[in-house]
Design a protein around this ligand. Structure first.
Ligand code: ATP
Length: 421
């Protein structure tokens, strides 16, 4: 089975947009046991699109083309592919009605240019787009004039915006793939997400006891991200579920609370779940993370039940005014100190009338470091009904990574506390 992806768009070639489709689509396939063999990004020109599709059709069983289905002059995918395959384009009444309704619902008139999105190449399936106007298109190229023996290929066109592409892929493309390209063997993939342990220490810890799983044909992949390492277990075959289950049990025994979640769970979703289950609330006082903790928590549906609120107390006066840090503590210990972190967390817990509070204060850099408190020094305080704990961390990374790692550490400390309480 040969799967290929073609991402179209000048914005990708100019580095204006990160090609997240490539990563996301490959991951969707890999999690279900399909491996993408080639991925290419091309500019928005008809010759580039035609050439890349013609080449892919000469090799692949399935080709996903993303982008270029919109109404503007640089949206050429539909036309270029119809021309390449010698298919005429016809207006689809249902798509036209969907586009009209999309605009009427938003109290706007559908611009004339959107009509082009209702054009469908002869023989193509229409993949409806509840989140936008351009439908996806799927066509079986049979016979395929570009392939030896004219063996058939599936060609799927998806819109560029991720919030349109993702649901369409999940609702239509994956079922179509599973129907048209059933796997010979059962395939099981499970990702265990860990925090608070580095990649090499983790490997040393699990290597020996994972050997039987690997020797029996299982695969174990490590994926390190800032403050987190994911372990991906995969296995094919009739007993895949059982063997992955056994390997997971070994990892859980070895890594215990380092494992915070499975598959798509995040630290923030786990924290929101634990707080909700325990009927507890949280307040935040963030300095160097600038609201990142609040941001990540509020990405989780249902966070409003547990998150009371937070303060970005960047200036010393705000630390005093909003969460009651004392002038003496600031003068004696400095804003980046255990004492101030503690006062911030306790003050946030008081002012936020919450069960728990997290506070962070640190030196993100690149300036502001001293020999005693170098860039990367950060104090994370966690106030709970029983006690306040302060953790001193050292995260000497660039500012975005510093914020990301510190946020993860703070959420992880709260997770561990909730599990212990
Ligand atoms: P539209 O109707 O919005 O024009 P389209 O199907 O024509 O949709 P494009 O114009 O190619 O899609 O892309 C629209 C937007 O989608 C891009 O500006 C970009 O923000 C996002 N996008 C496109 N391709 C990718 C990609 N490979 N990875 C991440 N985002 C992408």
């Amino acid at each position: 089975m040969i799967f290929e992806i073609i991402n179209t768009g000048n914005e990708l070639m100019l580095g204006l947009v990160l090609n997240t489709h490539e990563q996301w689509l490959c991951r969707q396939f890999a999690d279900r046991g399909y491996i993408v063999s080639r991925q290419v990004a091309v500019p928005d020109t008809a010759p580039d699109i035609e050439q890349s599709v013609r080449e892919a059709l000469s090799r692949a069983d399935l080709i996903i083309v993303t982008g270029g289905l919109g109404p503007t002059s640089d949206d050429l995918t539909r036309d270029a592919i119809a021309r390449l395959l010698g298919k005429s384009l016809k207006e689809d009444a249902a798509v036209r009605a969907h586009i009209e309704k999309f605009f009427t619902d938003r109290k706007r008139r559908a611009p004339e240019s959107t009509r082009v999105q209702a054009l469908v190449p002869e023989g193509a399936l229409v993949l409806s787009n509840p989140n936008g106007t351009a439908p996806g298109l799927a066509m079986e190229v049979r016979p395929n004039p570009f392939r030896s023996g004219q063996a058939a290929s599936w060609l799927v066109m998806l819109p560029g915006p991720p919030r349109e592409l993702k649901p369409m892929f999940a609702d239509f493309v994956m079922p179509l793939v599973e129907r048209s390209f059933p796997l010979a063997d059962r395939f099981v993939c499970r990702t265990l997400r860990t925090s608070g342990i580095g990649e090499s220490v983790l490997q040393e810890k699990i290597e020996r006891l994972m050997k039987p799983f690997l020797d029996a044909g299982g695969e174990l992949g490590y994926c390190a991200r800032p403050g987190q390492v994911d372990l991906r277990l995969t296995r094919r075959g009739v007993d895949a579920e059982k063997l992955v289950g056994e390997a997971e049990a070994v990892l859980r025994r070895l890594l215990r609370a380092h494992i915070f979640g499975t598959n798509d769970e995040t630290l923030e979703s786990v924290v929101v779940r634990l707080l909700t289950e325990r009927k507890k609330t949280l307040a935040l006082a963030e300095s160097c993370t600038g609201g990142c903790i609040a941001h990540r928590l509020t990405n989780v549906p249902g966070a409003s039940v547990v998150l009371r609120g937070g303060w970005v107390t960047y200036a010393n006066e705000m630390k005093q005014k909003e969460v009651g840090v004392s002038e003496a503590a600031l003068a004696e210990h400095g804003a980046v100190s255990e004492v101030v972190a503690r006062q911030m967390a306790e003050g946030a817990r008081r002012a936020g009338e919450s069960d728990y509070a997290i506070a962070v204060t640190g030196i993100a850099g690149p300036g502001g470091g001293t020999p005693e408190k170098p860039v990367g020094t950060v104090f994370i305080a966690l106030a709970s009904p029983k006690k306040t704990e302060v953790f001193k961390m050292f995260n000497p990374w660039d500012r975005p990574t510093f914020k990301d790692v510190t946020t993860g550490q703070a959420l992880n400390q709260l997770r561990l506390r909730l599990l212990a309480d």
